[in-house]
Design a protein around this ligand. Structure first.
Ligand code: SAH
Ligand code: SF4
Ligand code: F3S
Length: 454
């Protein structure tokens, strides 16, 4: 019997990366084999992201390329998954009749069945579940090992893994599609999370990143946690951290409005919790934050930064910023620049605001013109780049443990616990996941260089 091959191309956030792994595992378990070759795969899945207009365009332009491949090879099946699938549903088929299957993030588990029953008529599966339970889905050991051989194809090598602890979001920030594409916020069961973490660590994973759109509110909404009572994200962190063999623990992402003092204390108390925190601020102006429906103020944010640094002085803070939100005045934007000066983030992701379908801000007046958005964005990024370099220079001469990520021809590439990439041009016998100590010899804007110690 012919074995079908599949290829998954992932766009967007780490949650999509984990979802792609799940789809890959489901297909492997159903007899498909993974391929790296889009031109020859029997099934091509685009796991799409809709967070910004540009993200959506990227997937759509690849879909245009696939149209040509399908002309040559009509037996190929094209599947659109992820947040654009959820958002557009049937409309994708009108625009792109060469698509065979449209499948939303909450329908992942139906993938193999749907593919097997495709009969030439395109199918759309975007039903949002109203169940408050996320299926337990344990990563299969054979697949983890197979991924080791296919390292280039996986977004994160097997010694580092993402673990989804919740899905959806209830916050309805006015610019954001996530509550519409991922549905209600649901926390996974503690026991499922701990089981999954054990499987990962037993398979050789040394670093786990807990994932959710707002992990700080884990267990607080629609909870199905089997721990009962007031189980919090901090408690979950402590339980995962206690797993023997795990060397590093991270989490992402967090809304400042739900950042508790208890969680901040974890940075001083949990040894393997990395001193790195992604805390998206979006804007430094209270007026803009209010129109974004973020439910915190600039003052609260700055206080949180001070508190985090008091608990863990070496913590590396990163953030997300939107430039040119509707109604953002020059003065509002100056306040964002000013906040950057006050906090001096180690790094940041910044984006031009774009309207997203169905969001409230898409209907706001006072849209900022494209050129002003671009100017603001490049001013922010220019200043952040300088600050990055200044921060990175402070690591020079320091001795730091790095986790090896890749063995290269010249030496190796590793990562500090503060999430900085370090290039080492020396050879030693090691494998990805090992921790070695280096002395930082040079700092660039986006990475460091180091010399092996001892
Ligand atoms: N859950 C996270 C954010 C996830 S989305 C949080 O609450 O902070 C990742 C980032 O994309 C956001 O932080 C925001 O900076 C950006 N983003 C989201 N919607 C956007 C839009 N419509 N235009 C521009 N940037 C947007
Ligand atoms: Fe979007 Fe806000 Fe939810 Fe983050 S917290 S996913 S920005 S709605
Ligand atoms: Fe994108 Fe959906 Fe993630 S919109 S950022 S893939 S939750």
């Amino acid at each position: 019997m012919k074995q079908f091959s599949f290829m998954i191309k992932t766009f967007g956030c780490q949650m999509n990366e984990r979802d792609s792994e799940i789809m890959g595992q489901l297909l492997s378990e159903n007899g498909y084999i993974e391929s790296m070759d889009m031109d020859n795969a029997d099934v091509v899945i685009l796991n799409t992201c809709s967070i910004r207009a540009k993200a959506e365009q990227k997937a759509m332009s690849l879909l245009g390329v696939l149209r040509k491949v399908k002309k040559r090879r009509p037996s190929m099946k094209i599947c659109i998954a992820g947040c654009v699938a959820q958002q557009e549903g049937q409309a994708i088929l009108q625009r792109m009749p060469h698509v065979d299957l449209v499948i939303g993030p909450q329908n992942l588990y139906e993938l193999a069945g749907l593919l097997a029953t495709l009969d030439g008529t395109p199918r759309v599966a975007i039903g949002m579940s109203d169940s408050y339970e996320i299926p337990a889905f344990i990563p299969a050991l054979p697949r983890l090992l197979q991924q080791k051989e296919l390292q280039s194809a996986t977004p994160v090598a097997p010694f580092r893994k993402f673990l989804t602890i919740m899905q959806g979001c209830n916050n309805y920030c006015t610019y954001c599609v996530v509550p519409y594409t991922r549905g209600r916020e649901i926390s996974r069961k503690v026991s499922d999370i701990i089981d999954e973490a054990h499987v990962l660590v037993d398979a050789g994973v040394r670093e786990i990143t807990l994932l959710g759109q707002n992990v700080n509110s884990y267990g607080r909404t629609n909870q199905v946690t089997d721990a009962g009572g007031d189980y919090s994200f901090s408690q979950l962190l402590r339980e995962v951290a206690a797993i023997e063999g795990l060397k590093r623990l991270r989490f992402t992402t967090s809304n400042p409005k739900d950042l508790s003092p208890e969680l901040m204390r974890c940075f001083g108390e949990i040894e393997i919790l990395c001193p790195q925190f992604h805390l998206p601020v979006q804007s430094g102006s209270n007026a803009v934050l209010a129109r974004m429906n973020r439910n915190y103020t600039r003052e609260l944010y700055l206080q949180q930064v001070a508190d985090l640094r008091a608990v863990r002085p070496d913590i590396a803070l990163s953030t997300d910023v939107i430039a040119g939100f509707p109604g953002e005045s020059d003065d509002d934007f100056e306040q964002t620049m000013d906040l950057l000066e006050e906090v001096r983030f180690h790094s940041s992701f910044s984006f031009k605001y774009s309207d997203r379908p169905g969001t409230r801000s898409a209907d706001f007046d006072d849209k900022v013109v494209e050129q002003v958005k671009s100017e603001r964005l490049s001013r922010f990024q220019g200043r952040q780049d300088t600050i990055c370099l200044e921060h990175n220079s402070l690591y020079v001469s320091k001795s730091l443990p790095i986790m090896v990520e890749k063995i290269t021809e010249k030496g190796l590439v590793g990562r500090t616990d503060t999430n900085h990439i370090v290039h080492v041009e020396e050879k030693i016998v090691c494998v990805p996941g090992d921790i070695v100590t280096v002395t930082i010899s040079h700092a660039g804007q986006h990475s460091l260089n180091g010399i092996l110690q001892g």
